[in-house]
Write a protein that binds this ligand. Structure first.
Ligand code: PMP
Length: 451
């Protein structure tokens, strides 16, 4: 470890308990103190730079310390940093809501704010349950989810997710959900198309809806990409079928676009690729360009109307968080949306995504790569022990961690999910930076799979 980083690492390890981390790992790989960021790069106290190939946990869109977002946050800071959103309001949250409604699938006209992704999922789950109660169907109280899905870490969000590593220990604390096999196309048989596999997998959902519609409040999905579940992807046809089936069975559809929204999959929202409108759409992460914590749940007029009543009926949605709709976060979000409009980000991303995909697919021939898959600005490489059978490495060997450690040595922040090495860069990444990311991932794969 460089001497300039050492004092901060010592102080950090004395008091900071890091997220999603076995702290003992830091004996071997100490945390890296970051002094500043610029564009797609982070810089530590020793002046070493790291290319942020994972957008700092999938949040950053337009680079670190983006001058336009900085200016918007600074201007807002001079006016108002925070105000209670119950009984009071402010222009940034009003204008942001107008802009989001204009961008979202038609009919999502109401925005309920929270301050992180998991809380948005809690809001959607509670609202759906509460809606059915308000309209006189209190028996509709269960949730249907996909295997391998992820929706956050708070107890409700954890319950409707299905990543064993995060969920198993807490199972006694979690509500019981109905879990349906995922349309994940990594599982498709040889020769079957993504659309064919996704369509076939829908039979499981159809039968779950048939059996459980009377007691189901909502189905929750990550549209197109199950990110924390290893960047597993599926075809938009699944979402079209799901929308139609939810309508037929009178079950809500919750689209968790927390990771895939804001251009990640090639369209502004992933749901657009299926031409559907969910009943609830959860947004966070890229909502503020990755600047500040903020989330929102967008929903429809009929759902809003089911809560609109005399106070004494006690039908209102009395959920709140202190920092709900924080003005600084809303200002960052508006600046980020302005960049999309002014810079033609989605078109620019098509060229970047094509380059990223072409370079990453060079790894398809690697003897320990089972698949390279892509959806827009998300590319994932499935590292396996045996290419023919797709047998994974034993998880305890932590091969992905070896890729992570190598990439850091080479100045790239890659953070594989298990043995899935992936790229989810900020949209300001250049083709040359993409080349560096892919080259370093290839080296990391060679090293991680050689023994
Ligand atoms: N849903 C999805 C699809 C996510 O990827 C995440 C975060 N990785 C969350 C919910 C939870 O968001 P947060 O970490 O802000 O609570």
């Amino acid at each position: 470890m460089s001497s300039a980083n050492a004092p901060l690492v010592t102080r950090d390890l004395a008091h900071v308990w890091h997220p999603c981390t076995q702290m003992k790992d830091h004996e071997r790989l100490p945390p890296i103190p970051i002094r500043r960021g610029s564009g797609a790069w982070l810089e530590d106290y020793a002046g070493r730079r790291y290319l942020d190939a994972v957008s700092s946990w999938w949040v950053n869109l337009f680079g670190h310390a983006n001058p336009r977002i900085n200016a918007a946050v600074r201007a807002q800071l001079e006016q108002l940093e925070q105000v209670i959103l119950a009984g009071f309001t402010h222009e940034p949250v009003i204008a942001l809501s107008e802009e989001l409604v204009a961008l979202a699938p038609t009919g999502l006209s109401r925005c309920f704010y929270a301050d992180n992704g998991s809380s948005a999922v809690e809001v959607a789950v509670k609202m759906s349950f509460h809606y059915w109660r308000n309209v006189g169907r209190p028996g509709k109280r269960r949730f249907i989810t996909l295997s391998n899905s992820y929706h956050g870490e708070t107890l409700g969000a954890l319950a409707v997710g299905d990543v064993e590593l995060y969920k198993e220990i807490y199972r006694p604390l979690l509500m019981d959900v109905i879990t349906v096999p995922s349309p994940d196309c990594y599982q498709r048989a040889a020769g079957v198309s993504w659309a064919g596999h996704s369509r076939a997998q829908f039979a499981h959902m159809e039968s779950a809806l048939e059996r459980h519609a009377h007691e189901a409040a909502a189905v929750i999905v990550e549209p197109l990409v199950q990110c924390a579940g290893g960047m597993r992807m599926y075809d938009p046809v699944y979402l079209s079928l799901l929308r139609a089936a939810c309508d037929r069975h009178a079950v809500h559809l919750i689209a968790d676009e927390i990771a895939v929204g804001f251009g990640r999959t090639g369209t502004f929202f992933a749901c657009e690729q299926a031409g559907i409108r969910p009943d609830f759409m959860c947004l966070s992460k890229g909502l503020t360009g990755g600047y500040l914590p903020l989330s929102t749940v967008m929903t429809t007029e009929p759902i809003y109307a089911a809560f609109y009543d005399e106070y004494v009926k006690l039908n209102a949605f009395l959920h709140s968080h202190s920092f709900t709709g924080n003005p600084l976060a809303c200002a960052a979000a508006r600046a980020s949306l302005a960049i999309f409009r002014e810079d033609g980000t989605l078109e620019r991303n098509h060229a970047l995504a094509a380059h990223l995909g072409a370079r990453a697919r060079e790894l398809e021939d690697h003897p320990h790569v089972a698949e390279v898959r892509q959806r827009g600005m998300i590319v994932a490489i499935e590292m396996v022990r045996d290419k023919a059978s797709r047998a994974p490495y034993p998880w305890a060997e932590r091969r992905g961690l070896a890729v992570y450690a190598h990439a850091l040595e080479r100045g790239v922040l890659l953070r594989p999910v298990g043995d899935v090495v992936y790229f989810m860069p900020p949209y300001v990444v250049t083709p040359e930076e993409i080349d560096l990311m892919v080259d370093v991932a290839r080296e990391g794969l060679e090293l991680a799979t050689c023994a």
